[in-house]
Structure formats: structure tokens, C-alpha cells
Design a protein around this ligand. Structure first.
Ligand code: C2O
Ligand code: CU
Ligand code: CU
Length: 502
């Protein structure tokens, strides 16, 4: 264990070890503006036949800034059942939610009206979860990022019919991480998530190995589920009329399902676990005062080392954990998490008592050999080609077929997947690529080392048009797993394949 001393000066000291890496990031990585710009150039071809509906990225609706009138809802923790051989119960159900004064919106939720409770598992723990479908349509329960056998993974073949239930066994045999759960029914994932089905799933450190990170749920350790939604004139989430085949993008920003949220901050040092839970929108998060913050974790757990940054881009399904040290900021300036356009998505009300939390040290696991030279030079054994847009999306030229196994890989064997996002005559578009049942490592992007905040376990990776990304992939369990684009409409349109792990 490497000890990083954290004294009164707050987070600055954590970062003394990685100044050189931060510099690499600046030179090696495009800023989101550059990315956006290229994308705009690529996408700026209208009037192509049959492409009217294609999401023109010049015209992505801006998010409305939060008025800060509602205290942010913190999803409840899912309570363990007493006197039962089952540990938890998760029920998909219909409900209504008041997003706007004077109207109720029909929504879906787990154990409630919207979104779901946070399920916390301890590293190494095994739990039995009863999942029940009280919707009027089939659904599945997928544990995104959890390395469970294919039989428990809740992919599209694992349908729970209305009124039915099933018990799944979840073993958290992987490092502490911020994961999530959501439905995955064949061709209906986008609609069910859009209507509100999603929840956080944490794997927590055992007490012995926990770095001294803030960890009081809802106090200094806050889940933030960012989503955008489009409402019709009746303030309904009428998916069939609102949806776009290239990804449904809205102008209303929700954080944990709250419209116009604000968060009252009661501790000077805060940990935020950010999930991009949108169907299709990419977010670049900044602070309104341009202050820097510290990213500590990616999708699958702690980064090789903490990374100081002033922006984070997350594509749909990606997560990042960050620390913000509010005591280092001027107390009277308004501070908010903003998007790349500067719209305040989550304003903060600072009400901590002024004292920096005394932390003697943060122990950071020694990950300096995150990727060995040997791993980096393994040959490519699986080639994946992402292509298309709208309902013409494919992987390796094919659409999803539940009866076809596309790839096979031996359990616990390391393989290199090269994922290529093939441009088309319109330039192509960004695709977030996700694999079930594994936490992989990014070896390279177009032959270059990934940014420091991608030196951590991942289950989703954003790939630009024309880019080739090499991933080091291993599956600890057996079964059939999906890999797909996590723009949910692309997934539903067949941009998905199956790998059988044996
Ligand atoms: Cu979020 Cu197929 O997964
Ligand atoms: Cu998944
Ligand atoms: Cu896609």
C-alpha cells in the first residue's frame, strides 16, 4: 500500500505523485470542445436520403439550467430482508412522478415510482435477490458491471414475464466500484430506462482495505444519476412518439430524477459517484468556478492513481467517482456542476461548518503495474467493427440475433479485443461500447496510451469515428454475455452481439 499523506492542505497533496501524468493527459487527449467540433464537422451533412431523423449533433437540444428549487433526492438504500432466506427484493413497477407543478407523469421505478434504491454489496459477499416484474410488459434485471455468471446477468434472454419473479444469486467478487442496474429486454431497453428504470449498485470495500475516502451514504458520499428527458405537451414520457432512432435526447436535466435540483453540502470534502444514465447524451462535467477536482475511480473501481482534472466526459453507462474539496474554494461564489455549455446541472448550497475533515492519510492501493508490458503486447484475437446510425447500426456487419453466438472466449483467459468505429460517408458517430460480465482495461487508443483517468477498470468505453481501441478482456465466470453500443436505441436496433464464455 502506498500512503498518501493528506493534511490540512486538502487534496493537493494527494496529487503530488501524478503531476507528470496530468501533463500527458493534456497533450495526449482532445478536449471535449475539440471532440465536439470534429463531430460537428462530421455530422454536418443534411438532406441525405432517409437520414432526416438522424440526430444532427449541431442540433442537440441544450439542457435547461437548474433553478435550484428542489433539494436533490437521494435514492434510499435497499434494506436487507429480515427472517428470510432472501436478502433483497427488487420489483419493477409502474408509478407516477411529479416533475412539474400541476401534472403527474407516468413513470416506471424499482420498489417505487421512479429509479430504484441503491443496492450495496460488500466485496466478496454473496446475496440472493428476488426480482419481480409488476409491469404490464416483459422485462429483465441486468447488473451492469457486475462480474456474475451469464445465468444471473439479466440479458435479453432472461425474460421475466408480467407478474412473475425469479431469484438471482449475486456474488460481488471484484474490487469496490460504482455499478448500476437496469432492464435489458429485447428491443425495449431504451423505453423502459427512459420511463425511469435504473438504480445504483455499489460494491463496497471491506473495512480493512478501505482508503479513508468519504463513505457516509447521502452525507459525504453521494450518488448522482444524470439523465436527460424529453416530455410531450402533456408532460408525459411518451416514448413511442418522442423517441429518436439515433438516441433519444431531451432538454430537461434530471439528477436522481429531480428536476431543478440543488444539493446542500454539509461536509467540506465530498465524494460524488457520477453515472451517465442517459439513453444517448454524452456529458462533459465541469465546475462553474472552473476549479479542479479529483477523479478517483472509473467504471470498475479506483484508478491507478487519483487524477486532478477540471472536466470529465462520460458517455451513456460510464461512471466516475470524484472528490471535491469545497474548503479550498471561495465561500461566497456560487458553485455548481455544469455541462460543457456551462449550464448548471447541480448547484451547491454550502453549509458545512468550515472545518476541513481531518484525515491523516489516504491509503492508495499500489497499482503502478496496472498494465504490464507483456499484457500490452498481446496479439489481437477478437476484432469488432461498429458501424452505422439510426436503425442501420451493426456490429461486424450484423444485427443482433438471440440465436447466434458471435464470439467464444475461454474463462479467465486474457484476450485483446480491438474495437474499430468505422466511419461512413457522413463521417460516422460516437458509440459507447460496453461488454457484460467483465471489467476490462484499455490498452490503447489508436496506438496511444489512454488518458490517466482511463487507467482503471472499465466496462464501457467511448469510441470516436475512425478510432481503434484495444481492450484487455477477461471473463471470470461462464455463460453468454452481451456486448453492445450503450446508446440504448442503437442497442435496441441490433447493435449488439453475444460472446459465449466457456
Ligand atoms: Cu448497461 Cu447491456 O448494459
Ligand atoms: Cu451491462
Ligand atoms: Cu451506437
Amino acid at each position: 500500500m502506498k500512503k498518501i499523506i493528506l493534511a490540512g492542505a486538502g487534496l493537493l497533496l494527494i496529487l503530488t505523485g501524478c503531476t507528470n501524468v496530468t501533463t500527458e493527459q493534456q497533450s495526449g487527449e482532445q478536449t471535449s470542445e475539440e471532440m465536439q467540433h470534429e463531430e460537428n464537422m462530421d455530422m454536418n451533412h443534411e438532406n441525405m436520403e432517409g437520414m432526416e431523423e438522424h440526430m444532427d449533433h449541431d442540433n442537440i437540444p441544450s439542457l435547461q439550467a437548474s433553478k435550484g428549487t428542489q433539494e436533490l433526492v437521494i435514492p434510499p438504500l435497499l434494506e436487507k430482508q429480515k427472517d428470510s432466506d432472501l436478502d433483497y427484493e427488487v420489483v419493477a413497477q409502474e408509478g407516477t412522478t411529479q416533475f412539474f407543478d400541476g401534472s403527474l407523469t407516468n413513470t416506471y421505478g424499482y420498489n417505487g415510482n421512479l429509479l430504484g434504491p441503491t443496492l450495496q454489496l460488500k466485496e466478496g459477499e454473496t446475496v440472493k435477490v428476488k426480482v419481480r416484474n409488476e409491469l404490464n410488459e416483459p422485462t429483465t434485471f441486468h447488473w451492469h458491471g457486475l462480474e456474475v455468471p451469464g445465468s444471473e446477468d439479466g440479458g435479453p434472454s432472461d425474460v421475466i414475464q408480467p407478474g412473475e419473479s425469479k431469484v438471482v444469486t449475486l456474488k460481488a467478487d471484484q474490487p469496490a466500484a460504482t455499478l448500476w442496474y437496469h432492464p435489458h429486454p429485447h428491443e425495449m431497453t431504451a423505453e423502459q430506462v427512459f420511463k425511469g428504470l435504473a438504480g445504483m449498485l455499489y460494491v463496497e470495500e471491506t473495512d480493512e482495505e478501505a482508503p479513508a475516502l468519504p463513505h457516509t451514504y447521502g452525507v459525504d458520499d453521494i450518488p448522482l444519476i444524470f439523465q436527460d428527458r424529453l416530455f410531450d405537451e402533456n408532460k408525459q414520457l411518451d416514448y413511442k412518439n418522442l423517441m429518436n432512432n439515433d438516441g433519444t435526447i431531451g432538454d430537461v436535466s434530471l439528477v436522481n430524477g429531480t428536476v431543478n435540483p440543488k444539493l446542500t453540502v454539509t461536509k467540506p470534502l465530498m465524494r460524488f459517484r457520477i453515472l451517465n444514465g442517459a439513453n444517448a447524451r454524452n456529458y462533459t462535467f465541469r465546475l462553474s468556478n472552473d476549479a479542479s477536482f479529483t477523479q478517483i475511480a472509473s467504471d470498475g473501481g479506483l484508478l491507478r492513481e487519483p487524477v486532478e482534472t477540471d472536466e470529465i466526459t462520460l458517455s451513456p453507462s460510464e461512471r466516475a467517482e470524484i472528490l471535491i474539496d469545497f474548503s479550498a474554494m471561495e465561500s461566497d461564489e456560487p458553485i455548481a456542476i455544469t455541462d460543457e455549455e456551462g449550464n448548471a446541472l447541480l448547484p451547491f448550497d454550502l453549509e458545512y461548518d468550515g472545518e476541513m475533515k481531518k484525515m491523516e492519510s489516504i491509503s492508495w492501493p499500489d497499482n503502478t503495474t496496472f498494465l504490464s508490458e507483456e499484457e500490452k503486447s498481446l496479439p489481437v484475437t477478437k476484432e469488432i467493427e461498429l458501424f452505422g446510425m439510426m436503425d442501420k447500426v451493426t456490429i461486424n456487419g450484423k444485427k443482433f440475433d438471440p440465436d447466434r453466438i458471435d464470439l467464444r472466449q475461454k474463462k479467465r483467459v486474457l484476450e485483446v479485443w480491438e474495437v474499430y468505429n468505422k466511419p461512413d460517408e457522413m463521417g460516422g458517430m460516437l458509440h459507447p461500447f460496453h461488454i457484460h460480465g467483465t471489467q476490462f482495461k484499455i490498452i490503447s487508443r489508436d496506438g496511444r496510451e489512454p488518458a490517466p483517468n482511463e487507467l482503471g477498470l472499465k466496462d464501457s468505453v467511448l469510441i470516436e469515428p475512425g478510432e481503434r481501441v484495444r481492450l484487455l478482456v477477461t471473463f471470470p465466470e461462464e455463460g453468454i454475455y452481451m456486448y453492445h453500443c450503450h446508446i440504448l436505441e442503437h442497442e435496441d436496433n441490433g447493435m449488439m452481439g453475444q460472446v459465449e464464455v466457456y
